[in-house]
Design a protein around this ligand. Structure first.
Ligand code: B3K
Ligand code: ZN
Length: 876
């Protein structure tokens, strides 16, 4: 495959005016007629041919203005259709006929079948698997769609836009026609046909228009779509209130399907969802499932403006829609739930997913400049770091300034295929501010490291803060420029109050944000009446690694007194992380773990503080994960030592805090009736956390077995199951619970996924055999991405000791799986392979095994471009 470069972007020679598609659906032989009206772009070469993209296509018919095109005038290959001698000055119509086989489409890109339903996935380059087309995001047109299909099997015929009409056709078939007036790129096209149940509602927009809302699910599952519908209505309202964005069609539809490569897809007016992110009820969904559904429903809905009305000029601009839309869904969830707890969860996620990517062989800028396979750039860097960059713009400009920039963006670029530069310019123009240095966040990969140190001068009542930034080298970028890093800060005084210092020298300070723009910079503040404790990068105002030495006493002081919950969590994290890291080093060196009592008691004090919201306390008690510790250690990692160290610290906390945990376990019960709201979820999280600690103190499965037996919702049930399976594997209690669970949820594949991942994440070398055995289980369907991710994905991504077995068997197993999956579903294979992205930071023995496994993949002759791209970058 060839490399695509941003620098080579140029507009098409032809402008697409209209698209008219007719589908005659058949499971193995679907006929697609595409009527496309083009004209030559002003100034384009009058002799330039029209080149359309294809992927595994075979041309069956080609008309130019309704006449057959002579053989010499065109060339068709599976990847492209080139037509020459086209009119210079007048519009012309091309009609392309192709036949495709949805049933055989195991890649789940283009038109495919899932549980007897036809559905499509076109982003990024799936449309070219349906028909020959200028399949790029800067080609926008209105679409008219006609679907013809067997009526009994497919009572439902859906596409984008508004419904035009339908009726009976010949031979038991019927048809439906849809028109989407909003010009869109092909990646937003969707078609769904089949027999599904529906949940219906309406929403009245801010200008008083009624919009019909429909969520389609498999028959019988309608009640489980109620929460998604509620989240959709809240999203629509929120986007009106917060961003002034109103929905723009008569109908908004969501279809839940069971075979889907990712979470969901924002096709215009017809979102297609992985059913995992639609279906929920208390018996089958955890609190995390509810939160994910709320966030993803919102995310896809928000794309209607950030992504659809304003789309991307090319795929290098992916963060323009993704980073911005993630920021919007984060803000939405923060408004629906506890802002501080939401921010803590986001930062944990960012650090555990994006930071390793940015520190390893797959690191790339938020706005990349080249790619070999665009599917591999739907990354946590583009999405989550992209969101953080948007958040920093809001921090730099303030809420008002940010809003002005967004308003200008919507006004100036509605209907456009825009660029990151266009976006940034709107904030510059609306605020009269130069963001050129700030824009480096889009272009320089790697997590900046900021070292900070403070000094207090009591005589002068001044505080000096010295900062230094360093951006690590990343693939293809060795030298970096200093960046504009907005650091939110506070000086916490002895009595717990926050000083209001006056910045006197060193650089720009606006409110509680200081602007680090030089490689080295020293800020001085006056009017600081007593020695303060520095709280820096509050709310994680910049996605950086911060090195700031503070004493245990100072951190405990912040943990106790800071007015900001996020800062308190951060301080506790800064207290415990070094303990875990040192413990891992000590164990690797044959020693034991020392856990300072002051750190333990700070944690327990917060856990038992009833003035703090339960969800926050649960976040504090969820110590940094084994992956977090590995990331912070950075090199020579021994997952077994990390696991032992973490277990030792958990046990120490559990023993010291057993009274508090017993109290929480007894009192944090929810009353009668289940509610998925954030407060109730927080109580469940805290109680389950207490259960986990009590089990460390008691070293017995009895309490968890009781919790399993008495659970009345999925959150509690699966937590108890995890404690049993992870802490007491192969005991009667664990086996009984796993058995009872699978029997009870035998007919619910989404719950079976939880059963698979609980088992795939049992710590220790023995889990590989268990995973292999589960692959033979009748519940495991290898072609279903959710099942594969639940079993093999959980094992590789979330089982550090099991996957990183010292003998390398985990890596060899993954390599075999990758090679088996790749021919069928390359996107899924490539995604699973990214679980090895931090292989170079393993200790040498494991790193050698990991390299050998990667080389096995590398040597395979038949790799997809997806896996080829990942493996090449990982070995470079
Ligand atoms: N835009 C889609 C992701 C498409 C992934 C293509 N490989 C979902 C989303 O981000 O909302
Ligand atoms: Zn998105």
């Amino acid at each position: 495959t060839k490399t695509v470069e941003l620098a080579n972007y140029r507009p098409t020679d032809f402008v697409l005016e209209r698209v008219d598609l007719t589908f005659e659906l058949d499971p193995t032989n679907t006929k697609v007629d595409a009527r496309l009206i083009f004209h030559r772009r002003d100034g384009a070469d009058p002799g330039a041919p029209l080149v359309l993209d294809g992927d595994e296509l075979k041309l069956s018919g080609l008309l130019l203005d309704q006449n057959e095109v002579p053989a010499g005038q065109y060339d068709a290959t599976p990847q492209s259709l080139t037509i020459r001698n086209l009119p210079e000055a007048v519009p012309f119509e091309i009609t392309v006929t192709t036949f495709i086989n949805p049933e055989a489409n195991t890649q789940l890109m283009g038109l495919y079948r899932t549980n007897g339903v036809y559905c499509t996935q076109c982003e990024a380059e799936g449309f070219r698997r349906i028909t020959y087309f200028p399949d790029r995001p800067d080609v926008l047109a209105p679409y008219t769609i006609t679907i013809i299909a067997d009526k009994a099997a497919n009572p439902l015929l859906l596409s984008n836009g508004n419904f035009l009409g339908g009726g009976n056709y010949d031979e038991g078939r019927h048809f439906a026609a849809w028109f989407d007036p909003h010009p869109k790129p092909s990646y937003l096209f969707a078609l769904v046909a089949g027999d599904l149940g529906v949940v219906e509602d309406t929403f009245t927009t801010m200008s008083g228009r009624d919009v019909v809302l429909k969520i389609y699910v498999e028959h019988g599952k309608e009640p489980r779509a109620a929460y998604a519908m509620d989240a959709l209505k809240r999203s629509m309202k929120w986007d009106e209130e917060r961003f002034g964005r109103e929905y723009d069609l008569d109908i908004f539809m969501i279809v839940a399907v069971s075979d889907f490569n990712m979470g969901a897809m924002e096709n215009k007016g017809l979102n297609v969802f992985n059913d995992k992110y639609v279906l929920a009820d208390p018996e089958t969904a955890t609190d995390q499932d509810y939160a994910n559904i709320e966030a993803i429903i919102a995310h896809e809905y928000f794309h209607n403006w950030t992504g659809n009305r304003i789309t991307c000029r090319d795929w290098f601009q992916l963060c323009l829609k993704e980073g911005l839309t993630v920021y919007r869904d984060h803000e939405f969830s923060a408004n629906m739930r506890s802002r501080a707890v939401k921010r803590i969860a986001e930062v944990r996620h960012l650090k555990s997913e994006q930071f390793p990517e940015d520190a390893g062989p797959l690191a790339h800028p938020v706005r990349p400049t080249k790619y070999r396979e665009i599917n591999n750039f739907y990354t946590t860097t583009v999405y989550e770091k992209g969101s953080e960059v948007t958040r920093m713009i809001a921090t730099l400009l303030g809420a008002e300034g940010f809003k002005k920039g967004m308003d200008l963006y919507f006004e100036r670029h509605d209907g456009d295929a825009a660029t990151v530069e266009d976006f940034v310019k709107c904030f510059e123009d609306a605020n009269g501010r130069d963001l050129s240095q700030f824009s480096l966040w889009y272009h320089q990969a790697g997590t900046p490291m900021v070292s900070a140190s403070g000094a207090y001068d009591p005589a002068a009542a001044t505080f000096t803060l010295s900062l230094e930034q360093m951006i690590p080298a990343t693939p293809g970028q060795s030298a970096k420029e200093p960046m504009h890093i907005p650091l939110s800060f506070a000086l916490i005084l002895d009595n717990g109050s926050t000083a209001t210092p006056i910045a006197v020298a060193g650089g720009e300070v606006t409110g509680d944000v200081l602007h680090l723009t030089e490689r080295k910079q020293t800020f001085t503040f006056s009017g600081v009446s007593s020695r303060p404790v520095l709280s820096l990068n509050r709310g994680f105002s910049a996605p950086i690694n911060l090195h700031l030495d503070r004493s245990t006493d100072d951190l405990v002081h912040i943990a106790r007194h800071d007015s900001d919950l996020f800062a308190r969590w951060q301080a506790l994290n800064d207290l415990i992380l070094p303990v875990l890291m040192q413990g891992a080093r000590d164990i690797r060196d044959g020693g034991t773990v020392t856990c300072p009592p002051a750190v333990i008691s700070a944690l327990i004090e917060i856990a038992g503080n009833d003035a703090l919201e339960p969800a926050f306390r649960a976040q504090v008690l969820a110590l940094p994960s084994e992956a977090d510790i590995a990331r912070e250690l950075g090199s020579n990692n021994d997952p077994d030592a990390i696991h032992s160290a973490r277990t030792a610290v958990l046990t120490a906390v559990a023993k010291t805090g057993s009274k508090v945990f017993q109290h929480l376990f007894d009192t944090m019960k929810n009353g009668a009736g289940f509610s998925p709201d954030a407060a109730s979820a927080g109580r469940r999280a805290l109680r389950n956390s207490a259960l986990g600690y009590l089990t460390y103190a008691e070293q017995s499965p009895v309490r968890a077995a009781e919790a399993f037996a008495s659970a009345d919702n999925m959150t509690d049930l699966v937590q108890a199951l995890s404690v049993l399976a992870h802490r007491f594997p192969d005991t009667d209690e664990a086996d009984a619970a796993l058995g009872a669970f699978v029997t009870r949820f035998d007919d619910n594949p989404l719950v079976i996924d939880k059963w698979l991942s609980v088992q795939a994440t049992i710590p220790g070398a023995g889990t590989l055999d268990r995973v292999k055995a589960l692959m033979e289980n009748r519940h495991f369907v290898a072609s279903n991405p959710n099942r594969m991710r639940a079993l093999v994905g959980s094992f590789a991504f979330s089982n550090p000791t099991g996957f990183n077995r010292a003998d390398g068997e985990g890596y060899r197993f993954l390599a075999e799986r990758i090679l088996a999956i790749d021919p069928k579903n390359p996107q899924l294979a490539a995604r699973l392979l990214t679980s090895m992205r931090s292989w170079r930071s393993l200790e040498p023995v494991r790193a050698d095994h990991a390299r050998a496994a990667l080389l096995t993949i590398d040597r395979s002759a038949q790799l997809s471009s997806d896996v080829r791209d990942i493996v090449d970058r990982m070995l470079k």
